[in-house]
Design a protein around this ligand. Sequence first.
Ligand code: G3P
Length: 217
Amino acid sequence: MKFFIDTANLDQIREAQALGVLDGVTTNPSLMAKEGITGKNNILKHYVDICNIVDGDVSAEVIATDFEGMVKEGEELAELHEQIVVKIPLTKDGIKACKYFSDNGIKTNVTLVFSAGQALLAAKAGATYVSPFIGRLDDISTDGLNLIDEIRMIYDNYAFDTQILAASVRHTMHIVNCAKIGADVMTGPLSSILGLLKHPLTDSGLEQFLADYKKGN
Ligand code: G3P
């Protein structure tokens, strides 16, 4: 499973990259705003800065909501850097834009996906990635992981190439359960990735090993 970090914070991206397990980055307009990155030119520059830190795919989201606007904006984003993946919302125009980009060799990430039917449409339109938001489904007392399971089954039934990018991951068990189901990618905050390191028996075991070494040396 690929690990993407879901942030626009350059320090956190650098920290995840330094760990050696990072495969890419996802961002969205809210994450950009959280870092105080505003204005078109600053946002475009920030995408390039992110691409220069990591080796893998970097999702950059369109703001336009109409087909022509999405195509124009997406082409501009794709021109920025070879690692850019154009992120498009799951709407009627978004699906049309996804098909356009797919036909023109531009990678896409179809976002704001909350149902298996939406994920099926995204795959039919040739999406590179589909982003089901599992945490936000959990937030409304729906089983986010069940959606990953459903999409996995549907994509496997028809050998769709679209990669399932489990998004809105909030914690380590989301990551572990996505891996068990077979999500292709997960994107989460740095805390969810670092959380995988933690186990009290690792800490106490290491403490004991070091104490025993000191006794003999
Ligand atoms: O990748 C999607 C993500 O940014 C949404 O996460 O935690 O705001 O639901 P969250």
